[in-house]
Structures are given as C-alpha cells and as structure tokens.
Design a binder for this molecule. Structure first.
Ligand code: NDP
Length: 446
C-alpha cells in the first residue's frame, strides 16, 4: 500500500465518526499522489501524518439565558488546525448541524485555501450548534457574549483570528468583538475580521467571497476566450456569499436565474430581483418563498434547486456542504452546465467531483480556490488594522481581483509543472496549497 493510501486508511480507521472530516481529508490526500512521489521528503518527514491532526481543539460550554429566563446550553468549539504560515484563521459558524467533524473539515480546507492566497495565514475554524433562527435579537447578543467569554482565552491577533461564516454576520461579529474588548481592555482590532467599517472593518469584506468567486469564474472563462456576458447562472443559497456573487455576476453581464434557501428555491427566468431577495432574506429574515408574493411569473420549488430541470450555463453552489451528489451533478450537466465553481465549502461530495474531473472540457473550481476571496480580504483587514490605516474600496477591489487571478494562474501553473491537465483546478489548488504548508512545517519542525 502506498504512502497516501496508508494515511487514508489511518484516517478512516481512527476518525470513523467524523464523516465530513474523512471526506475532505480523502479528497485532498487522494489528489496528492504525484506530489509525494516526486518529493520523497514528505513521506520521510511523515508530513501527511502531521498535517491531518489539528494543533489543538478547544471545546467549551456556552450557556445563555433565553427570553423566558431559562438557561440554554450549547457546545462551543475552536479548531486550531495549522499555524505553519501564520496565525490560525477561519470563520465561526452558528448552525444546529455544527459538530467536531464539520469544524475539522472546514478547518482542514482552510489550511490550503489560506495558503493559496499567498498571505501569512494559518488554518482554523470554530462555531457552535446554537441556531440563531427564531431567536430574538437580545438572545443572539447574549449568546455571542457567552461564546466570547470562553473563546477569548484562545485567540489573539498574532495567535488565532476568527471571522464570520454561516449564521455569523457583521452584527454577531460586532457583539463578539465588543465582548473581547471588555474582557481584555484591549482594542486589538486585528483579533477578529469581518467587523463593521466604522470600527476597524475593511471596505468590501462583506462582498469579498462572492465578488472573488466571480473574478475567479471570469478568469476561468477567459481561458476559452469566453466571458460571463449573457450566461444563465444557477445559484444556491441566499446568504452573504450567494447574494454578492449574484450581484457581481449581473454586473458583468450574466443573468442569475435561481436562488435558494434551506427550504426551497426560486426560478425566475427573467432574472432574479436581487434587491427583493436581500429585502426578504437579509432585512426581514424571511423565507425565499415570499419572493412569489411580489413576482407572479417566478416559480418556487421545495427542496434542492439541483433536482430541478432548468437550463443553465454556470452553476455556483453558495449554501452549505454536500448539496450536490452524483445524481444532481449529472442533472446539472444534462441541463447544459459548462462551468461549476464553489462559493460554499465542500458543496459537492467526492463522487460528484470525480465525475466532473472525468468530463472533457468541463470547468470545475473547488471552493478552496474559488471562495478564497473572503479570507483574502480578511487578511487585508488585518494589514489595515496593524497599520492603523484604511484602504479605499477601489484599492481593496483591485487587490482582491489580483489575488483571485493569482490563485487561478497558480493552479494552472502547478498543473503544468506536474504534467496534469491545466484545467484540473482540484489538483492545482491542492498541490499548490499543500506544498506551501508542508515546506513551512518542515522548515519549522511543526
Ligand atoms: P449565510 O449564513 O449568510 O447563508 C447561508 C445560506 O445557505 C442561506 O441561504 C441558508 O438558507 C443556506 N443554507 C444553510 N444551510 C443549508 C442547508 N443545510 N441546506 C440548504 N441551504 C442551506 O452563510 P454564508 O453565505 O456566509 O456561507 C455560505 C457558504 O459559503 C458556507 O459553506 C460557508 O462556509 C462558505 N464560505 C463563506 C465565506 C464568507 O466569507 N462568509 C467565505 C468562504 C466560504 P437559510 O436562510 O434557509 O438558512
């Protein structure tokens, strides 16, 4: 049995209950065969065994009093996966599905994503099984305060820098950061990113993941002298990533025809009205179905948009993990899709990814490359915080675009270097990210 298969067997035997982590570790490791063959130092140094175990995992109790005066108790986590390139960096997710396996998969992905940005950032992730849906504003605030009461022991601007993710937007970041300040009597704004612009946040951080995704797609299309103009785009999700990706895609001439939430999807063949979606989802915290109250021609479907028969050119999954399996990916292809780029983390299972990789001429971008725009601007937020100086939105946008193009081009160059098909973005992203981290681990004996 080869080196990679032995390590995968170890992971399968030892982390049986961590389904998502095993899935993501297998996806990455399986793509690295050529890299470890050509560089025997990685096996000699046992780098795979070293990289798959987080530096540390912190688990804690988070208790808050609900509006009825009842104590509610949740699990809180921070996975500090790897700091070979810089402080641990990765978002905080509040969602009832959160468990150690999901946070380990997200943290593991984050190591390679952050390495691809070229910025000095390690990988981590955190969160809680608290569900903000249906909670009052004050309950959410109390929960954030309790969460930070524990988390603050472990983070720091040169140590571990959290940000938002599902269920954690700018409002929650504000509460978390404010509590950090109260507890430490320090105004280290670089300790958390995604802050509001008025108190240390970067312009365009909110938009960055979605915009970055579209810049990446633009660059992919340009390989075939193609553009986004008149492309029909299917998006899942209607949160931060989905809405900003949709906005930028429309700006560049595409037509976004679907959007979804965890209950169902909207298909509007005239093009989704994004300000209406923002009003329903961001401002009113409503359900996407309410779109029909305003747009009689649109169609609503229960369940996943990927089961629907809708003709599309480009698919951008921007909701959550494992949205697309083999049947769904085949459905998308049968409906005309030529390009799929991941806004979410691990929206495709491994069977669906392998199917796409076998298709001739299909363009597929994994999230660790395509959705790295968010963490890139978080990195720029940290730069601005240490310099006590702010960039204009034009400057941030320019740097974001440059980083996304650079990630894209590095993926292609890495493929060429290893004799892979240049559009194998999975290989390019995994190999480039891995080598950068592995070499830094060896150099520092981590
Ligand atoms: P938000 O909380 O803003 O939005 C999440 C969206 O996904 C909502 O529309 C939500 O629907 C939907 N959703 C959540 N869970 C499910 C589910 N189980 N099935 C179907 N739909 C679901 O999160 P973000 O937009 O920030 O994050 C979306 C994805 O992008 C995640 O995978 C995240 O890890 C990834 N990502 C985010 C980054 C960022 O900067 N925010 C950076 C890089 C990646 P509903 O409203 O019904 O809950």
């Amino acid at each position: 049995m080869g080196y990679i298969d032995r390590v995968i067997k170890y992971i399968e035997d030892n982390y049986k209950n961590e389904k998502e982590f095993v899935q993501s570790a297998k996806e990455i490791l399986k793509s690295l065969n050529k890299v470890v063959e050509i560089n025997p130092i990685y096996e000699k140094e046992r780098i795979l065994e070293r990289i798959i175990i987080p530096d540390r995992v912190v688990m804690f109790k988070v208790m808050y009093e609900d509006d009825n005066g009842v104590n509610q108790v949740h699990n809180g986590y921070r996975v500090q996966f790897n700091n070979a390139l810089g402080p641990y960096k990765g978002g905080i997710r509040f969602h009832p599905s959160v468990n150690l396996s999901i946070l380990k998969f997200l943290g593991f992905e984050q190591i390679f994503k952050n390495a691809l940005t070229g910025l000095p950032l390690g990988g981590g992730k955190g969160g809680s099984d608290f569900d903000p849906k249906g909670k009052s504003e004050i309950e959410i605030k109390r929960f954030c305060i309790s969460f930070m009461n524990e988390l603050y022991h472990y983070i720091g601007s040169d140590k571990d820098v959290p940000a938002g993710d599902i269920g954690v937007g700018q409002k929650e970041i504000g509460y978390l950061y404010g509590q950090y300040k109260k507890l430490t009597n320090q105004s280290l704004s670089g300790v958390i990113t995604g802050k509001g612009v008025g108190y240390g946040g970067s312009l365009l951080r909110k938009e960055a993941t979605g915009y970055g995704l579209i810049y990446f797609v633009e660059r992919m299309l340009s390989q075939n002298n193609d553009t986004l103009k008149n492309k029909r785009v299917m998006i899942s999700g209607s949160g931060n990533v989905a809405l900003h990706a949709a906005k930028k895609a429309v700006e560049l001439g595409a037509k976004v025809i679907t959007i979804s939430d965890s209950k169902g999807y909207i298909y509007d063949k005239k093009g989704v009205d994004l300000s209406l979606v923002s009003e329903i989802k961001e401002k009113r915290k409503g359900r996407i179905k309410e779109y029909l109250d305003y747009k009689k021609d649109a169609v609503y479907g229960e369940g996943s948009v990927y089961d629907a028969n809708i003709n599309v050119d480009i698919v951008l999954p921007c909701a959550t993990q494992n949205e697309i399996d083999l049947d769904r990916v085949k459905n998308i292809i049968n409906n005309g899709c030529i390009l799929l780029a991941e806004g979410a983390n691990m929206p495709l299972n491994n069977e669906a990814i392998n199917y796409l990789l076998e298709l001739d001429g299909f363009l597929y971008a994994p999230g660790k490359a395509a959705n790295a725009g968010g963490v890139s601007v978080s990195g720029l937020e940290m730069v601005q915080n240490s310099q006590r100086y702010y960039f204009s939105s034009e400057q941030v946008d320019k740097m974001l675009k440059e980083i996304m193009y650079q990630i894209h081009d590095e993926c292609i160059n890495t493929c060429l270097m290893y004799g892979e098909k240049p559009t194998n973005y999975v290989f390019g992203a995994n190999a480039r990210g891995f080598v950068r981290v592995a070499d830094a681990m060896i150099a520092q004996n981590l």
